[in-house]
Write a protein that binds this ligand. Structure first.
Ligand code: BTN
Length: 292
């Protein structure tokens, strides 16, 4: 998969750049008393951290507030690639149309408008989840697990989610709208009661405050790398990080709920579910139960 005008840094330099900037700007938190939140989120800082060769260099806009970065990109349709982040969303949404609580500046709320070949659109959510996990690993040394098809988990709680939507065009492949919501600085009281046991932030998991600009840059650089990587290698990484393989799962596909054993994940991103009657269902997308 190629992002137009993709120019790459090597994985080693991406990891090195990420860990270098972590040393410069992340804040370790004492277990007893978290420091007050200070996480300025500026385009100039993002572009300073991002390699000038990145296809996303000078493509970022950061808003103070908006309804949803997905909706703003969909209606304004800037030239692709475009990165739109915001401090706060008043109507953030996830899959499938569920609200995504982001009315505070405590996470990375970002959408990216991308042109990718339509044959590779079905894998975009999986590749973006891998890139988000790469970024978390590079900045914190934590190893998020992946929950098919779009969640990052730490301690069996949801750290981040990816949402891919499309915008159809006449005589051209659809554009992809890739959204990422990643919890960074929340503490227990910042999550609503119904999410306290199922959501987690990087602050809770690692006692570190990772600045949003650093996380955004690490995500964009790893996304570029994952989009250019041969699919079988990326899917091998997905299988390694996926918690569900070998387990019994219930998956909602449209209005049907299928329960069976998750046998494998193929290179097209389809989950193979063995049903109690012995038949095998290859599922392209669906909602799996939580926790994993
Ligand atoms: C999910 O887990 O269901 C996906 C959540 C995606 C949330 C992000 S936050 C930035 C972008 N804007 C939105 O309204 N949604 C995505």
């Amino acid at each position: 998969m190629r992002v137009r005008v993709a120019l790459m840094r090597s994985p080693a330099s991406v990891a090195a750049a990420s860990s270098k900037s972590r040393r410069l700007t992340s804040t370790a938190i004492s277990p007893s008393k978290p420091a007050p939140l200070s996480d300025p989120f500026e385009v100039a800082h993002v572009d300073l951290l991002l390699s000038p060769k990145s296809p996303f260099h000078r493509r970022t806009t950061i808003l103070k507030t908006c309804t949803s970065t997905q909706e703003i990109l969909r209606t304004q349709l800037p030239p692709a690639p475009a990165v739109l982040a915001t401090e706060v969303q008043t109507k953030g949404h996830g899959r499938p149309g569920k609200p995504w609580l982001s009315e505070n500046p405590l996470g990375l709320w970002v959408s990216i408008l991308l042109e990718v070949p339509s044959s590779q659109l079905p894998l975009l959510s999986l590749l973006a989840s891998l890139a988000a996990a790469d970024a978390v690993r590079a900045l914190t040394q934590l190893e998020p697990a992946l929950k098919w098809p779009n969640d990052l988990l730490l301690k069996n709680r949801k750290l981040a989610g990816v949402l891919v939507e499309t915008i159809s065009r006449v005589n051209q492949p659809p554009l992809a709208l890739l959204g990422l919501g990643l919890n960074l600085h929340q503490q227990t009281a910042d999550f609503p009661p119904e999410l306290k046991d199922s959501a987690i932030s990087l602050l809770q998991a690692s006692r570190q405050r990772i600045p949003r600009s650093q996380m955004l840059v690490a995500f964009l650089e790893n996304l570029t790398r994952r989009l250019d990587q041969p699919t079988p290698e990326a899917m091998e990484d997905w299988r390694r990080a996926c918690l569900q393989l070998g387990r019994t799962l219930s998956i909602r596909v449209g209005t049907t709920i299928l329960t069976g054993t998750a046998e494998s994940l193929d290179d097209s991103g389809h989950l193979h579910l063995r049903l109690p009657d012995g038949s095998l269902q290859k599922i392209a997308s669906g909602e799996t139960d939580f926790p994993a």
